[in-house]
Every structure is written in C-alpha cells, then in structure tokens.
Design a protein around this ligand. Structure first.
Ligand SMILES: N[C@@H](CCC(=O)N[C@@H](CS)C(=O)NCC(=O)O)C(=O)O
Length: 293
C-alpha cells in the first residue's frame, strides 16, 4: 500500500462529478480533507482564489503535495493508480476496456440530462434558468473586462454558460430529454455483461464501476431508473449500493435538502488558500478569499 498523502478535495455535495471523485477516493481507501464549495448561490468556483487552483472553475479539484487535479477523470485515474491491486485497472489486459467505458461515460452530458428532465417536468422554470445563465455570462464578461487575472478563462466560462443556455433552450426540453435517454441507453447497452456477484470487469471494481454507480444514482434521482433495463445491471446496482463506500462517499439517489442547505452555510468558511507570495513585512497576510474584482 502506498504511503498516505494529505489530500484536499474541493467539491460540492450535490455535484455529479464531485460524487465521482468522492466515490473514487473512498473506494481507493484514500483519506481526504473535505473542502465544500457553494457552486449555486455564492458560486465560489468563480472566485479568484479558486480560479488559481482550477482555471476551468468547476468542481471537483483534488489538491495534494505536488498535485492539483482539476477533472473527475483525472481524479479517478489517480485513485486507480493508488488503489493498485484493489482495482481491476491493475490488470493491463483490462485497462484499455475500462478506459473505453470511462471515456464513453465522459461523452454523456449529465447536465443536459438533469436539466432537460427538470425543464420537461417544470416548463415554467425555462425563463428563470435562461435569465440565470444569461446574467451569469454577462457578469463573467464584465469581470473579464476589468481584470488582468486570466480574463481569457472568464470569457471561456461566459461562453460555456451561453452554450448551456442554448443546449437547454434551443429545442423543447422533452425533445432534448428523449435524445439524452437514447444516449444513456446506448451507453448502458454497450457495457459488458456482468456475471452474478461480480463487478463490471470481474471480481474487483474498476473506474468503470465508479462512474456507473454515480450514473445510475443520478438516473434514480431524476426518476429515469427505467432506462436501466438489463437484469444483470439492475442486480449489479443492488450489490453496488451495499458497498460501504457508496454510503461513505455520499452518492445521492435523491435530492438531500438538508445536506444541500448545510453545504451553503458551511461553504463560506472553506479555506481556498491561493498560492500567492507571502505578504511583505508590515502588510496584511494574503486573505483566504481575495475580494472579487
Ligand atoms: N469535466 C469536469 C466537469 C466538472 C463539472 O462540470 N462540474 C460542475 C458540477 S457537477 C460544476 O463545477 N459546475 C459549476 C460551473 O460550471 O460553474 C469533471 O469531470 O470534473
């Protein structure tokens, strides 16, 4: 077993890709310090302090000694390496097949699935979401215009939010949802057949099991569990939920209002230490959260 390293995970309890990271770390038996961000109201992912850590302004981010990983796929790969022989990824004959599943999963837009379901079920939310995303893009453009701290990243984020707006509103949500269902079903159909009492690639779990667990949890949460039609996958899911890691990693199968609100309250205290140089004598030390531009 490799020596434990001190890891900090910047994440949001309700965030899908944070769940992938949490489950990966727990399954790999890697201890980590939780750094909760509020990505909804305070939008700490857009703060200058966090931008220094993750210029893409998304969660999760994993930070350790000489390590900053800003994407859940990278965190998953890191966990697989650390897990060594605990995971099937250790087998060179399986690694390519596992990577193919992980890449296919990464090509699914979970956000589009979640939002199209929400908006198809509540069409009255469409103008609200559109206004929110338009305002967000506008603010990011404005910030980019009055800062010299990586304005290009802020513009890229504004563009990402405009693209979200287009994706969520260019077609009726029900139509987008149908297309997303077909994509998810295709992904599930192409997974290997799972033998009873086994995981996707045999007796040991793998990166593919981690992403599948979070995907199915999301399908349950948005009431799209019916997309899981294969019996072997349904049985796999009942077994997976019984793994201690599943509960420990807080993989949501339903909206947890209390946990969501708790995170909003806790998040302002999260230290996001910027790697700014130490203050000169007589000056105030660098703040934990630099003031917004
Ligand atoms: N490819 C990234 C995507 C991460 C991502 O989109 N995270 C969402 C939460 S699930 C986020 O941070 N959204 C906030 C934002 O984009 O402002 C990953 O896998 O880590």
């Amino acid at each position: 077993m490799p020596a434990p390293v001190e890891l900090e995970l910047f994440h949001a309890p309700s965030s899908y890709y944070s769940m992938v990271a949490r489950l990966a770390l727990v399954e790999a038996h890697l201890p980590w310090i939780s750094r909760v961000l509020d990505i909804h109201l305070a939008r700490q992912q857009l703060s200058d302090a966090y931008r220094l850590l993750n210029p893409g302004m998304t969660v999760p981010t994993l930070r350790g000694r000489d390590l900053v990983l800003t994407d859940s796929i990278e965190i998953l790969a890191f966990a697989a390496t650390q897990a060594g022989c605990l995971w099937a990824d250790d087998d060179p004959d399986l690694r390519g097949k596992i990577t193919a599943v992980v890449q296919e999963h990464a090509a699914l837009s979970i956000e589009t699935l979640t939002f199209s379901k929400l908006l198809a079920s509540n069409p009255r939310l469409v103008p609200f979401v559109a206004r929110l995303l338009r305002g967000l893009s506008h603010n990011l453009e404005r910030r980019a215009g009055c800062t010299d701290r990586d304005p290009a990243a802020l513009r890229a984020k504004a563009t990402q939010n405009r693209e979200r707006l287009q994706r969520f509103t260019q077609a009726p949500a029900a139509e987008t949802l149908r297309a997303m269902r077909a994509q998810v079903q295709g992904f599930l159909q192409r997974l290997p057949v799972v033998a009873p009492d086994q995981w996707l690639f045999g007796a040991r779990i793998s990166r593919a099991d981690v992403v599948l667990a979070v995907l199915i949890a999301r399908l349950v949460m948005v009431e799209e569990w019916a997309l899981v039609q294969r019996d072997d996958l349904r049985q796999w899911w009942s077994r997976y939920q019984r793994r201690p890691a599943f509960a420990a990693a807080e993989v949501w199968t339903g909206f947890r209002r209390g946990r969501f609100l708790q995170a909003l309250l806790m998040a302002p205290c999260t230290p996001i230490l910027s790697p700014a140089p130490p203050a000169a004598p007589g000056q105030a030390p660098p703040g934990l959260q630099p003031p917004p531009d």
